[in-house]
Ligand binder design. Structure first.
Ligand code: ADP
Ligand code: MG
Length: 255
């Protein structure tokens, strides 16, 4: 199941200092949207406001509107725990719990009320297969997750997110801490999530955005804060960029 997001005039500031200003963007369900732009232009800030992780950052304030399937998710009265179940976030550095591979996954599954041992085993296998890890770890499910390679840990983190049956997956530079081979495996995995999930990926890697994104949003720092300068399908943004900055950025000339 995937869900769309509508951002309207979204702004983020830290202790009164604007970091991201006035972003309006539609994120289509079941598609992969890449957020690109030089570092410091507010991409992570945007991502964190979409599952209200921003609530946990001291001094961070978010204004504007974000609708998930038409329902406002900013503001008081939103069930933030339920929201984070629907909208999962994956970070640059894989962060498995300091537990076994199995327990990294049974943890979120138990949250869903699963208790039956056989059913848990079955779901663990299923999510590990979904991320292509099953054959690599089936014989050591009870060993520490942190002994896995970086790429395996990142796939485990994706499996952990998928176990919660999210509708939207937010990925903040999910491949940039990985070696090229693991990065390619994770990238392929992300591409395979299209249609089943709405994927929003921040990437520094324009070649990656070109390979996997359906839609692209380009951010830039203007007047001291990040802002959205161009949005469109990947083809539009890469083949016929409208903005001068986008043109030079996609040609690798600036940013
Ligand atoms: N937790 C934070 N506290 C204070 N300032 C922050 C915090 N996170 C980000 N910023 C600032 O907000 C701006 C945008 O940062 P960020 O969203 O991380 O951009 P990007 O992900 O595009 O590199 C930067 O100026 C950064 O220093
Ligand atoms: Mg960032």
């Amino acid at each position: 199941m995937s869900a769309g997001l509508e951002l309207r005039d979204l702004s983020v500031s830290y202790s009164g200092r604007p970091a991201l200003r006035g972003v309006s963007l539609d994120i289509a369900p079941g598609r992969i949207t890449a957020l690109v732009g030089p570092s410091g232009c507010g991409k992570s800030s945007l991502l964190r406001s979409l599952n209200r992780l921003s609530d946990l950052l001291p001094g961070c304030s978010v204004s504007g509107s974000v609708r998930l399937e038409g329902a406002e998710i900013l503001g008081a009265g939103v069930d933030v725990v339920a929201l984070r179940r629907r909208v999962g976030l994956i970070f640059q550095k894989p962060n498995p719990f300091p537990l076994s591979i199995r327990r990294n996954l049974t943890f979120p599954l138990r949250e869903h009320g699963l208790r039956d041992r056989a059913e848990l085993d079955e779901r663990v296998e299923q999510v590990l297969r979904d991320v292509g890890l099953w054959d690599e770890v089936a014989d050591r499910l009870d060993s520490p997750a942190r002994r896995l390679s970086g790429g395996q840990q990142q796939r485990l983190c994706l499996a952990r997110a998928l176990a919660r049956r999210p509708e939207v997956l937010l990925l903040d530079e999910p491949c940039s801490a990985l070696d090229p081979r693991s990065s390619a495996v994770v990238e392929e995995l992300i591409a395979s999530l299209r249609e089943r999930y709405t994927v929003v990926i921040v990437t520094h890697n324009l070649a990656q955005a070109r390979r996997i994104a359906d839609d692209v949003a380009v951010f830039w720092v203007e007047g001291g804060a990040g802002t959205l300068i161009e949005q469109g399908t990947a083809q539009q943004v890469f083949e016929q960029p409208q903005h001068e900055l986008t043109r030079s950025y996609v040609q690798g000339l600036s940013g």
